[in-house]
Design a protein around this ligand. Structure first.
Ligand code: HEM
Length: 263
């Protein structure tokens, strides 16, 4: 299968003390906006969350300006506006969510980083998920960087889409399946043309924009959209561990003291 081709990127939000890198999320937002948003929506994400301190941390005036870039018909937006359907065009505000996008039959990306897994092994046991996490962002980054030359076996085959060594669920030409039924090349053919070609965006701070770096930046941003409370959750977990450690020590000492007269 294609799982071995999923690269175990080191994202800053991994591990016990991991947190989102504000600048990476801002770069990811820019890539999403300038590249992905033409086909994909983010219908579960509210603009106002772009100013979350543990998220992209944009100043509120920038969030207002960003939302105002969207000029859509009321009913074409998301369900929260359904009770005020006017059908009239209006600009969006920080209280709105990102618009849905139905143009290209591309799936909504709000929760994609939690809907896909990067690690299934070894031998499909899923054990590496225990140590490396589900790998949703790794999957997305690897997918975006996973467009390779189609294998020779596919030459002349009539197959829709673009060869991607990481995408598992797409079309596959018969000419690449051997007599025993094994696939000769990893991955399959995906309906999404390679969205990243390198230098697709220009960052204000001059940060590099290779296919690989952009893939990681937008994958990190999509991890944030899927799990905006990750940092708070880790902090609460750590507080809990410290609390329980202190409690254990106190209980141990109490226990010693209570039983001391009988020993
Ligand atoms: C599918 C991400 C740009 C069209 C997907 C999937 C992801 C994704 C994660 C799901 C793959 C899966 O099912 O496992 C992105 C990102 C983009 C981007 C991060 C920007 C960097 C675009 C653009 C278009 C597009 C610009 C249209 C020109 C599609 C379509 C699918 C898809 C049609 C469904 C493909 C299929 O199931 O065969 N994309 N995408 N995407 N995307 Fe994109």
């Amino acid at each position: 299968g294609g799982e071995s081709l999923i690269h175990d990127y080191d994202f800053p939000f991994e591990g016990w003390f991991g947190s989102y890198d504000t600048f990476q999320l801002q770069r990811g937002l820019q890539i999403y906006t300038e590249v992905c948003a033409s086909c994909h929506g983010l219908k579960y994400v509210s603009f106002r969350n772009l100013s979350d301190e543990t998220g992209p941390a944009l100043p509120e005036d920038q969030v207002r300006a960003y939302a105002a870039n969207f000029f859509v018909a009321d009913f074409d937006n998301n369900s929260q506006l359904m009770d005020s359907l006017t059908g009239e065009m209006r600009t969006l505000t920080p209280a709105d969510r990102f618009p849905v996008n139905r143009t290209a039959a591309a799936p909504d990306l709000s929760l994609m980083a939690k809907a896909r897994a990067g690690f299934h092994g070894p031998y499909g046991t899923g054990l590496s998920q225990l140590f490396n996490g589900m790998g949703g962002p790794e999957y997305i980054a690897s997918l975006l960087a996973g467009y390779l030359e189609p294998p020779a076996c596919a030459e002349g085959a009539e197959i829709d889409g673009y060869y991607n060594a990481v995408f598992a669920a797409g079309g596959y030409p018969d000419s690449c399946i051997d007599e025993e039924g094994h696939r000769m090349a990893p991955g399959s053919w995906i309906g999404m043309a390679p969205p990243l070609l390198g230098d697709d965006v220009t960052f204000e701070d001059g940060h590099e924009a290779t296919v690989e770096s952009q893939a990681q930046d937008v994958a990190a941003f999509l991890m944030w959209t899927a799990e905006p409370k990750l940092v708070a959750r880790k902090q609460a977990g750590l507080t809990g561990v410290i609390f329980l450690t202190v409690l254990s020590v106190l209980l141990y000492l109490t226990n010693k003291r209570l039983w001391a007269p009988y020993k």
